[in-house]
Design a binder for this molecule. Structure first.
Ligand SMILES: C[S@@+](CC[C@H](N)C(=O)[O-])C[C@H]1O[C@@H](n2cnc3c(N)ncnc32)[C@H](O)[C@@H]1O
Length: 211
């Protein structure tokens, strides 16, 4: 019951965003239909196994739009051209950040269906400012100054260590947003800590800057 109320409240927070960014409503509708009617848990598990990543690291959850907006209030986003969602899942945040904040938005994930479906929607809806890449984010080159979102909640400690090492290679003044785990590094400074809602409950969010 508590879970239903929480999910209902998250849906309500989307209402004015859907009215203002109707494109986002249509994308969410398409994603809902595809994943409800044409994608099974069995397929998802098979894709997880084929990804060569530990299955538990691919646990699915979403960052609600209300949380993205709360985070972006603390970021000088107009100084940036690019946003990365490392582990973008179905791509909802990528579409939202592109529509709302006008940033070139790039989503990376190891689940092929996530990437294929999001890319197809971008092509059908003729959305030019988004890109979806099928790749292990530990192998991604991060050369552009960017705002980067990553959810390390379910990652093992060695994976988190490799990921944070890779994030250190981002150009100076890039922004990295994590939840649950702050980055400890001599070249990455935590500038804000917030507590925000996620699809699985409330969690701490850390905003960092590359120095
Ligand atoms: C908790 S979901 C986050 C979805 C989305 N970023 C959001 O905030 O709504 C984590 C996603 O990271 C992906 N993932 C986990 N490890 C990965 C890796 N090494 N490379 C690429 N994607 C990965 C999973 O497949 C999953 O879709």
């Amino acid at each position: 019951m508590k879970h239903l109320l929480y999910t209902g409240w998250l849906l309500i927070t989307n209402t004015w965003r859907y009215i203002r960014y109707f494109k986002i409503f249509r994308i969410d509708w398409m994603l809902y239909h595809f994943y409800k009617l044409r994608y099974s848990y069995k397929q998802f598990m098979a894709e997880k196994k084929e990804s060569q990543r530990p299955t538990h690291e691919l646990t699915y959850g979403e960052t609600p739009y209300v949380t993205i907006d709360a985070i972006f209030k603390h970021i000088p986003h107009t100084e940036f051209n690019t946003f990365y969602d490392l582990g973008c899942g179905k791509g909802r945040v990528v579409f939202y950040v592109n529509a709302r904040y006008k940033l070139k938005s790039i989503g990376v994930d190891v689940i092929p269906t996530f990437i294929t479906v999001a890319s197809k929607i971008a092509s059908v809806k003729n959305i030019k400012g988004v890109q979806f890449i099928l790749k292990d984010f530990l192998k991604l080159d991060l050369k552009r100054k960017a705002i980067v979102l990553v959810c390390p909640t379910c990652l093992d400690k060695p994976t988190i260590a490799s990921l944070f090492k890779r994030l250190e290679t981002l150009p100076k003044d890039s922004i990295v947003i994590t939840n649950s785990v702050p980055i400890q590094s001599n070249t990455i400074e935590c500038t804000h800590t917030l507590e925000e809602p996620f699809s699985w409950g409330r969690s701490l969010v850390y905003i960092h800057k590359i120095i």
